[in-house]
Design a protein around this ligand. Structure first.
Ligand code: GLY
Ligand code: MN
Length: 483
């Protein structure tokens, strides 16, 4: 028997489907007045972003799907997250109705924006009570088309009308391909090919997002403030954390609690790495103990309702006191972070931020005698031996995605000129794996990363996360104060 022969709900749902039941459940619902909606603060910014996009793609229909709900474990869904390009141009964040699609239709030298989404189905429909994925009896109400149009300042149309629109696709259309495979397939099949304009669109929106507007910067500030509270929450639980066999999980849970309470979710999986786990750059298993004497490397960010995220790392001694070696490593990393920050201003090349941090990291590991070559040889292109202790980059753009603007061309990102309004991380680290024979034993198992989020100003840069303790002394005092 094929899987299709068994309806998904056959074994699970007891919802009656007879007409008497349907008639009864469809009626006798009072009209409930909804609160009056207002235009959201991001509307003028999103309209401006669409105008800039429009002038670049005159005559082309542009399609931005929000994407479907993800499935975890057969038929359950993790918290929904719209595709970032969709949110960038619509301003619709955490409360986006899944499967929505923004279509920009050319109209002379500009575009008309239409937001297709699943309208409320009405209580006379089977969907209302019998569809566990989208039925409003199951997952809560959807907003009315009028409310969405007012809140986002975009004309709305029913998602039911979208298939007919997509059949009109021709070679002038461009879409974000990875957001929703059903939309991608419908457009590809209508136009008979997958066109390279799609990659032009992906690149353009990524590069447009490199410089943040005022709304975006204020949302990132909110994300950082919530993240700071999450770090404080964690430090307030350290006695419980050290008493538990999986203390790292408690750290993750405490931070994520703050993320859910104040924001939409975490911007990426929380890294809670104690002791030698800190040497694994993206340790998200978080199933280890946290012991007195350990450093904890915590890399975490709250994603707020508008879907902007923070990305902060702090490394702290569990007992409030760095050992001498831990402090040496910590201060080397801090010096690298400060050196990188010091050069940031409009006009520099982005990759030079990394180079500034690396010069400090290389000097320290050279001074400690860890390099098999001279400092100059290590710093040369054909050397780079010091990178053994920090294999990752120092900076990435930050915004709607934690690694923002990923499709920007190299000449505008890594090799690009830093401009006012860019927001990026500075996150050097040093990681001495437990089995690293190139370093003395007392360095092994120490991992430190310090990550701040900065915005480029007209004359330099502002460290947006400066309020989260970052010098060794301040970190010690912070741990002790909240213990
Ligand atoms: N916060 C993890 C990373 O930047 O890769
Ligand atoms: Mn980062």
């Amino acid at each position: 028997m094929s899987d299709d022969a068994i309806s998904r709900n056959d074994n699970r749902s007891t919802t009656p489907l007879n007409s008497a039941f349907h008639g009864y459940i469809s009626g006798d619902w009072a009209h409930v007045e909804q609160p009056v909606t207002a235009q959201r603060a991001q509307v003028p910014f999103c309209a401006g972003r669409r105008r800039a996009l429009s002038s670049e793609f005159v005559g082309h229909t542009l399609v931005f799907p929000a994407g479907p709900m993800l499935v975890r474990s057969y038929d359950t869904h993790p918290p929904y997250r719209a595709h970032s390009a969709f949110t960038y141009y619509t301003g619709w964040g955490a409360d986006t109705v899944p499967d929505s699609v923004l279509v920009l239709t050319p109209n002379g030298d500009h575009h008309d924006a239409i937001l297709f989404y699943r309208f409320p189905a009405g209580r006379g429909t089977e969907e209302f009570y019998a569809d566990a994925d989208i039925g409003e009896f199951w997952v809560g109400p959807r907003p009315t088309p009028e409310d969405v149009a007012v809140e986002l300042g975009i004309t709305t149309k029913s998602l039911a009308d979208l298939p007919n629109v997509l059949t009109q696709a021709d070679s002038s259309w461009a879409m974000i391909r990875e957001a929703d495979s059903a939309v991608t397939e419908a457009i590809d099949s209508a136009r008979g090919h997958s066109d390279t304009r799609d990659s032009d669109l992906a690149v353009f929106q990524s590069e447009q997002r490199l410089v943040k507007d005022e709304f975006e910067i204020s949302e990132i500030r909110l994300a950082i403030a919530a993240t700071a509270s999450g770090f404080d929450d964690v430090l307030g639980t350290m006695s419980e954390v050290t008493a538990h066999t999986r203390g790292e999980r408690l750290i993750e849970g405490t931070f994520n609690r703050r993320a859910r309470a104040e924001g939409n979710y975490v911007g990426y999986e929380t890294i809670a790495a104690a002791g030698a786990h800190a040497c694994f750059l993206h340790w998200v298993r978080n199933d280890g103990p946290v012991r007195d004497g350990d450093l904890v490397l915590m890399d975490a960010g709250v994603e707020v309702e508008s879907l902007y995220t923070a990305d902060i790392t702090r490394t702290f001694p569990v007992n409030g006191r760095f050992t001498e070696t831990q402090r040496h490593v910590y201060e080397a990393v801090l010096e690298a972070a400060d050196a990188a920050f010091a050069i940031v201003k409009p006009g520099i090349v982005f990759r030079d931020v990394h180079a500034a941090a690396m010069a400090v990291i290389a000097r320290h590991v050279s001074d400690w005698g860890f390099l098999p070559v001279s400092l100059d040889e290590s710093l040369s292109e054909s050397g780079q031996h010091h990178r053994r202790y920090m294999v990752h980059g120092t900076s990435h753009h930050l915004g709607l995605d934690v690694h923002d603007c990923p499709q920007a061309r190299k000449e505008f990102y890594r090799d690009g000129i830093v401009r006012e309004g860019m927001v990026f991380t500075i996150e050097p680290g040093l990681y001495f794996q437990v089995d690293d024979l190139t370093v003395p034993e007392h360095f092994r198992g120490i991992g430190v990363r310090i990550e701040d989020n900065i915005v480029v100003t007209s004359t330099g840069a502002e460290n947006l996360s400066i309020g989260i303790p970052r010098t060794a002394n301040d970190v010690e005092a912070w741990v002790r104060r909240l213990a």
